[in-house]
Structure formats: C-alpha cells, structure tokens
Design a binder for this molecule. Structure first.
Ligand SMILES: Nc1nc2c(ncn2[C@@H]2O[C@H](COP(=O)(O)OP(=O)(O)OP(=O)(O)O)[C@@H](O)[C@H]2O)c(=O)[nH]1
Ligand SMILES: [Mg+2]
Ligand SMILES: [Zn+2]
Length: 300
C-alpha cells in the first residue's frame, strides 16, 4: 500500500492513504506508523511529504509500519518537508499589519531553495482602505503571483484553489495572519483521522505547533506550519542579495559598475528606478537594511 506522510510526532508518522472514493476528492485513511528498519535500508530519515509504502498491522485501529521511502523530487530545510512544489506566503492586510521586511526574507529563503512563491494577503474583509490592492501591486510588479482573500467571507478562495490544484504547497507566514484558518477553509472534504475525528473541528483555534500536510483534493496537499516573527538570512553573501530581487536584476544593465551593490555607486540603474518610482522605495529600503545586516554578520 502507498501513502504520504502528513505529520511526524515523537517517532510516529501519520500516513494518509487516499481511498479514491468520488473522483477528485481528498478522502482517505490515516495510519499511525512506526518506521522500523527504514533508516537502515534507505539511509535517510522520513520527512513530512515523503511518499512511502506501508504494511498495515492493524486495519481496525489504523496502525502500520512504513516499509520503504519512495524517491523525493525535492527537499526543503525550512520548513522540513519533502516533495513541495510551491510556497504560499501569507500575510494579513491588517491585524496584524504586514511586516514587509519579513515578507522579503521569506521570498529570499524560498528562492534560495528554488521554490516558486505565491503571495497571499488575507483578511480582505477588514481592508476598508484598500491597502491590499496596493500591496499586491508592489509585488506583482516584481514578478510574483499575488492575490487577496478573506478566509472569513470566502472571497478569493476559488481562485486560490485553482492555483493549488494538483500540487503540494507549503504555507509560510507570521503568527495570527490566518494560515490555519485558510487551510481549513480549503478543505472541502472530511479527512478520516485515526479515531475518525474531523480535522475541521479540531483545527484553527490555536497557534499551530507542528507542521502538518492536509489533503484538500485528490493529489493536492497543503502544509500548515507554525508562524514565526523573525527570520535570519542564512548562507547568503551580501554580494548575492540583489540577485533575489527580480526587479533589480532587470535594471542592472543600466548600472555603471559590474557587480554594483546598488547602495552607493555612482550611476546606478536600480537607484534611478527607485527615484522615478518604477521600483518600490519600500522594497529598496528593506534591501538596504538586509544588505547592511549581511555586511555586519561577516565582521565576527
Ligand atoms: N477578519 C478576519 N479574521 C480572520 C481571517 N482569517 C483568520 N482570521 C482570524 O485571525 C486569527 C488568527 O488565525 P489563525 O488561522 O489561527 O492564524 P495562524 O496564521 O494559523 O497563526 P499561527 O498558527 O499562530 O501561526 C483568528 O482569530 C482568525 O479567526 C479573515 O479572513 N478575516
Ligand atoms: Mg496556525
Ligand atoms: Zn546599481
């Protein structure tokens, strides 16, 4: 039997096996498994997102053992998950207001791991001043896919679903922006757990502590993750930073110096674009802050 690890806690792995009831739905059974012998045989630790084969030990109580890890097509370090196709970066428009410095850090981190990103602004129902449209505009101009949604009212959810269909997506974003609420809202089907408790009842009210994959449709999974409020930039040289800003890369040809840092060099295409407004001043200011941070990190 084949399935997918949706959660790992304290040596137990929860493996979702699709039952392919009606076409397109996410119905399945979750087996609580150990992974005896797998590490020795495959020489790697099981990860959430791994496709596995399992032996059922007790059908009635949904207990099993993972017998083999199938090949991974990708592996993320943060969050630790296998076989992810894309990241959904979620910020709320208000309550809390977005921290764009943190948003840019997420984008850089995902690009470092070669994961395409969608930026999603939530709580559109609270956006009386229309800030969401401005935020989307800034990031769309940089080449990112963006959308605004209201989890509470269901606005934009169908569009989001079509962006997720057939893929495995990891969610990322700070605490309180509505990541779990959104994941709940995307579940159209009840997923059977050990003991048959609906995920819908259990989730959403509390801060998320474990990453967990949720089957939302056939072959469509979303990883709910704990929120975090800061993110250090790892394994990145200040000279590389600009390459993670797609809108800067386009302007580099107008810089006088090759390898221009866009900080203080004379005749800089990026700074000119900021002055004339075609590159967001907010993005550029956060770039300068991150550049300074990377520069100082090197000193000790
Ligand atoms: N008004 C409004 N409130 C929302 C919306 N989505 C979520 N919320 C509320 O925002 C709060 C936080 O939601 P969660 O889904 O727990 O947030 P989270 O991002 O999972 O937070 P962590 O698990 O701590 O990382 C809850 O009180 C939700 O009811 C929305 O679209 N509109
Ligand atoms: Mg949560
Ligand atoms: Zn420059």
């Amino acid at each position: 039997m084949q399935g997918k690890i949706i959660k790992g806690i304290a040596g137990f792995y929860y493996v979702h096996v699709g039952t392919h009831g009606q076409k397109g739905n996410a119905e399945g059974i979750v087996y609580e498994c150990k992974a005896k012998g797998v590490f020795r045989k495959d020489n790697r630790k099981p990860l959430v997102g791994d496709n596995v084969t399992l032996d059922v030990l007790d059908e009635e109580n949904c207990l099993g053992n993972i017998s083999e890890l199938l090949p991974r097509h990708s592996e993320l370090i943060r969050p630790a998950v296998a076989n992810v196709d894309q990241a959904l970066i979620i910020f709320s428009i208000v309550k809390p207001q977005p921290n764009f410095n943190l948003l840019d850090r997420f984008l850089i981190m995902m690009q470092q791991q070669q994961v395409p990103c969608i930026i999603c602004f939530n709580k559109l129902d609270l956006d009386a001043d229309g800030f969401g449209a401005d935020y989307e505009d800034i990031y769309r101009k940089c080449g990112y896919h963006t959308l605004s949604v209201s989890t509470l009212e269901g606005t934009g959810i169908e569009e989001l679903k079509s962006m997720l269909r057939g893929k495995t997506t990891t969610v990322a974003g700070p605490s309180g922006v509505g990541k779990s609420s959104l994941v709940n809202c995307l579940q159209s089907q009840r997923v059977m757990e050990t003991g048959g408790i609906s995920r819908k009842i259990e989730r959403g009210r509390h801060t998320t502590r474990h990453s967990e994959l949720i089957a939302i449709e056939e072959n469509t999974y979303i990883l709910d993750t704990p929120g975090f409020s800061s993110l250090g930039l790892f394994c990145l040289e200040k000279e590389e930073l600009a390459s993670y800003y797609p809108e800067f890369v386009e302007q580099e040809k107008y810089c006088k110096f090759r390898g221009c840092s866009h900080i203080a060099e004379p005749v800089c295409g990026v700074r000119e674009a900021v002055e004339e407004g075609s590159i967001s001043a907010m993005r550029y200011e956060n770039y300068c802050l991150l550049y300074e941070e990377l520069k100082n990190k090197r000193k000790y």
